[in-house]
Design a protein around this ligand. Sequence first.
Ligand code: ADP
Ligand code: MG
Length: 242
Amino acid sequence: MNEALKLDVRNLQAGYGDVQVLWDVSLDVAAGEIVAIIGSNGAGKSTIMRTLSGLLPVKGGTFSIDGRPMADASAADLVRAGIAHVPEGRRLFSAMSVRDNLLMGAYLREDKAEIAADLESVYQMFPILADRRGQDAGTMSGGEQQMCAIGRGLMSRPSLLLIDELSLGLAPRIVDQLSDRLREINAKGVAILLVEQDVIAGLELANRGFIVDRGRVTLSGPAKDLQGNAAVREAYMGLGAA
Ligand SMILES: Nc1ncnc2c1ncn2[C@@H]1O[C@H](COP(=O)(O)OP(=O)(O)O)[C@@H](O)[C@H]1O
Ligand SMILES: [Mg+2]
């Protein structure tokens, strides 16, 4: 784990083919932080996550980890640099076992004994995954699949976990459990950049937040400031002024 991690995103431009989606997105995550990205459907949240994990090319601007420029890095380079992406919709291999899905997260590692130890830590964190280790991932509930996707992310020993739509389609009780686990993961020194459509829950978990609207960052600040911000409350929480 890398305590010094600082993700610095500067004027990032990205999109799909000729269609530009992100316009001058700047944000940062320091070691030990939980940072939330908030925005409506289609705002560009997943596009940010995909660009930071090397799935989409950087078209302008840049981003760095610990001061090392990463705009030209491959997805594998970014995993080696400490970024793990838990994608929207979990994207497990549904016909593969839970255990094999978890091991996919360690595909760049060769330290067999340490991989086995990390697998045990994931099982300790999510005991249901230990019970289901031999079961096809696709046969599990949505919450269990999300645990498996988070566990897979941890298997690369990240210093920064990118989590896209933690709670989508999950019951509140499961979301609470997952939030507790994320706090534990964070307490062990893993920074988290979280996309969460449940803005109230997302800001509850985060230290800071960035509001994204139509591919641009329109507001940022400490989570408690955003929680009390009248425009944020009205647009994203369906609430009146604090
Ligand atoms: N694979 C894709 N090809 C083309 N356009 C896409 C693709 N994925 C997303 N987009 C477009 O990019 C914009 C931002 O999408 P996305 O980042 O998924 O938003 P969010 O995650 O905030 O809901 C939307 O206009 C969406 O239609
Ligand atoms: Mg999305």
